[in-house]
Ligand binder design. Structure first.
Ligand SMILES: C[S@@+](CC[C@H](N)C(=O)[O-])C[C@H]1O[C@@H](n2cnc3c(N)ncnc32)[C@H](O)[C@@H]1O
Length: 399
């Protein structure tokens, strides 16, 4: 991702060749074709260039650049509506009528929808801006973006003179900085959680109540939180009185973020480890919680690793390994949405078979129905699947 690999972008302007560090939150390659645009560029022109694969480096007024991007977005949405979306809907109607052939279409429909979203992201990422080495923009009326960019992309090497990134990525960094400052209120817990850039933000947190309602195992001295993200589940366990909690994540940004949240909550009994699933050198656990990425599909950018789990690798790895980390009478609380089942990307039978193969049995299950915007959007071609989604806490124990 952007912090590890250095890439450069080149363009011609005023008869001079320019080179700058390329930054992309979604790992888009450095653009090959760049033209200079400004306040005189019309939305139709920008839209045409973006669709033709030409990137546009903006020189002019920051707010005009933002308006130009909004206007291009409206054009992209209109085109989607008139073409791809109509096709998707046609297929969805077939699927929603749940005829045999229609229901077979759901995985295709899901993948088509992801492709449409990815294509939209590519088009909208073609409006670029240049920032100096301290992340200062020379565009007129540009806001202060330095702090948000450092949090998102890290400080730049002094050997580079400037960087170029998409306006959209800058907006993402500014949005993340806003959340980090204000926090996401978790009303069930009476606290706010402060997500960092690139870390799963618990904006849909219907599962919090499940973790508050589930009866704790009789002995509950040690718990693990696998894939801790912002640290939310570890904070719930600490509030419920678990004495020692060990939280892991693969993503270094998540570890920094969780540490920040533990400090804000003044929790001294949570240790963090960067690990692929389970901690090392840790006592056996009475309780192991995990809220894995819930859709079995390939992540297409670093920001998607919290949602998509290619071939259910994390889920299967977690189930296969968890028993050897459990103390006697220990419990596993697996938080899992069944959206993948409604989309026919994973079957309930497969999940139950993985649980059984892992030497585990289901002690009980608590369910909740998500109420987030997407599950209520009747114009979404996947509405039937999304509105049927149930998120469960599966309490598992050793056979
Ligand atoms: C859906 S998010 C859940 C975050 C947090 N537990 C919550 O409930 O808000 C999944 C998390 O698992 C982490 N993750 C994915 N694969 C992992 C692995 N193999 N080992 C450890 N963590 C992993 C991701 O980085 C992400 O933070």
């Amino acid at each position: 991702m952007l912090l590890t690999e250095k890439e450069y972008v080149e363009w011609h302007e005023n008869d001079t060749s320019h080179l700058a560090r390329w930054l992309s939150a979604s790992d888009h390659p450095a653009p090959a074709r760049i033209v200079i645009v400004d306040d005189k560029t019309t939305a139709d022109e920008a839209y045409r260039l973006a669709c033709a694969g030409t990137s546009m480096l903006y020189r002019g007024d920051f707010h005009n650049a933002r308006q130009l991007l909004q206007a291009v977005t409206r054009r992209v949405e209109r085109t989607e509506k008139n073409s791809a979306k109509r096709k998707l809907k046609k297929a969805a109607n077939k699927a929603n009528n749940s005829t045999e052939s229609g229901s077979k279409n759901l995985p295709n429909l899901f993948h088509q929808q992801r492709q449409t979203t990815a294509q939209r992201a590519r088009i909208l990422s073609r409006l670029l801006l240049e920032l100096d080495i301290d992340y200062v923009s020379s565009l007129r009326r540009a806001p202060e973006v330095n702090k948000a960019c450092i949090a998102a992309f890290g400080a730049l090497d002094k050997e580079d003179e400037s960087c170029v990134l998409s306006f959209r990525d800058l907006q993402g960094a500014l949005g993340a900085a806003g959340w980090r400052e204000k926090g996401v209120p978790i009303k069930e817990l009476g606290v706010a959680i402060y997500p960092h850039y690139g870390v799963f933000a618990p904006t849909r947190h219907e599962y919090v109540q499940l973790l508050l309602d589930a009866p704790l195992p009789t002995v509950h001295d040690v718990a693990y939180d696998i894939g801790t993200g912002t640290g939310l589940l570890a904070i719930i366990l600490a509030q419920r009185g678990i004495k020692q909690i060990i939280a892991t994540d693969l993503n270094p940004r998540a570890l920094t973020c969780a540490q920040d949240n533990f400090e804000r909550q003044e929790l001294a009994n949570v240790q963090l480890q960067q690990a692929d699933l389970f901690p090392t050198d840790a006592p056996l656990a009475n309780l192991i919680v995990c809220n894995p990425p819930w859709l079995p599909a390939k992540p297409t950018s670093p920001l998607e690793y919290s949602v998509y789990d290619a071939n259910s690798a994390m889920l299967k790895g977690f189930l296969q390994g968890v028993k050897s980390h459990l103390a006697q009478q220990g419990e596993v609380w697996l938080i899992l949405s069944d959206l993948a089942e409604h989309l026919q990307l994973r079957s309930r039978e497969a999940l139950l078979a993985w649980i059984e193969e892992a030497g585990l049995t289901v002690k009980y299950r608590l369910d909740t129905q998500p109420k987030h915007g997407r599950s209520q959007d009747k114009t979404d071609p996947l509405y039937a699947a999304r509105s049927s989604e149930i998120t469960s806490l599966w309490c598992l124990q050793s056979v």
